[in-house]
Design a protein around this ligand. Sequence first.
Ligand code: ATP
Length: 513
Amino acid sequence: MSAKPEDFFKNIISHCKEYGFIFQSSEIYDGLSAVYDYGQNGAELKKNIREYWWKAMVQMNENIVGIDSSIFMHPTVWKASGHVDAFNDPLIDNKDSKKRYRADVLIEDHIAKIEDKITKEVEKAKKRFENFDEAMFRSTNARIIEYQTKINDINTRFKAALNDNNLADVKQIIVDCEIVCSISGTRNWTDVRQFNLMFSTSIGSVDGEGSTIYLRPETAQGIFVNYLNVQKTGRMKIPFGIAQTGKAFRNEIVARQFIFRMREFEQMEMQFFVKPGTEMHWYEHWKTARLKWHHSFGLGETNYKFHDHIKLAHYANAAADIEFQFPFGYKELEGIHSRTDFDLKQHEQFSGKKLQYFDTESNSSYVPYVVETSVGLDRLFLATLSAAYKEETLENGETRVVLNLPPALSPIKVAVFPLVKKDGLPEFAEKIMESLKYDHIVTYDEKDTVGKRYRRQDAIGTPYCITVDHQSLEDNMVTVRERDSMKQERIAISAIPQYMNERVGLTSLLKKL
Ligand code: ATP
């Protein structure tokens, strides 16, 4: 039972709703675009991913500490950071459909389509390789070179247009590539305009210029403005990091692909403060460490790749994304940026306060350089869930939907079933629940056949189900069934707590790092 690729993503979205992972925000009022709520299982999975990140960053690294700064900040923060003037996306409208697009995304999608053609040509050539025909090979080769040249040309022009902030040329690329609107099918485009992504609101009782504040578009600035507070009170020595998780808000032009691009989302960011001149070493270090962290989820290492930025943001001297193969293609999951001393210097200038570090080794003061790791929790949730979601046909012909989540991240760790609702089996099951509930989220189910109960737990990714039967009353043994292999084994009830701790605790993941 495997769904067509176009249905696969739809199936994941329906699954998220049906099993209490994600609901549309304000659904009874027809929802709010690009805003989502996490249900009972989604909230647990999200919390577990957040906790795993926090432990991997803060608990496992002696020189990293965590903070929790406010969403609202002094408006000058966003002047200093460059967000008021430069946190824009280029937008373009199709005059016929009135649909709005991000101009850069239109061009990137166009390039992705050409890349697809290359992949198809290569696959065709591989298939034909058995009856090798030189003329055929030559013509394939010529087509691949033609496509690659096209991609290079578009990339070069696009990079130049972005660097020069030449919006007219961005539009010209769209025109020259003959990109059409997916709704109207026409090329009737408006000019490209810049659109600031920050949400603003007002603080206090008086409306007006002075009281305008922003909902933070990233959590990083809360770290920068607290850099000296943390360094001094924590007596931190460079190199050291400050981590934080929290909500960020962006008025995204194109809200699409479910929780991939939201207007309210959560980030998990870490700013690592280093001595100027050592930032490339730490940039490489964090690229490697973060990729390893993603690989530890066990969802397939080939699903991840690095993508170096064509255009560097105004604050960066090196930047790469860790991309993940979502059901709709490789897309950014996490950004790793070498941000230089840009942010701290800007805050020094705008606040008039010194944000320097006194280096006792060299007996000198400097503004530290910063390497940032920034991952979207919701995107990570989507990556995890979509790689874990499997529609399987079993040997006996039955089908099941299973989430092969890393057990430590599963919303519910153990389900306990009495084989029947009588003969003291429910009471016995209750006792097992009691022994586990202090350490894990445990659930109880006595309805329907055990097979049906297994299916319900598979669908939410519960790694272990424990069944209590009549024999259990006599020998104090129970059947433990593992989700992925569906293998069953009998174990003593006294062994259950340790059995579970070894398998479903975060330590099992942290040890892989
Ligand atoms: P994109 O190019 O996809 O808009 P970005 O480069 O603007 O992303 P960053 O500013 O580097 O993203 O933010 C860091 C991380 O925050 C991203 O890697 C992503 O995981 C997450 N993120 C950014 N914007 C959103 C959003 N609108 N919805 C969900 N997650 C987001």
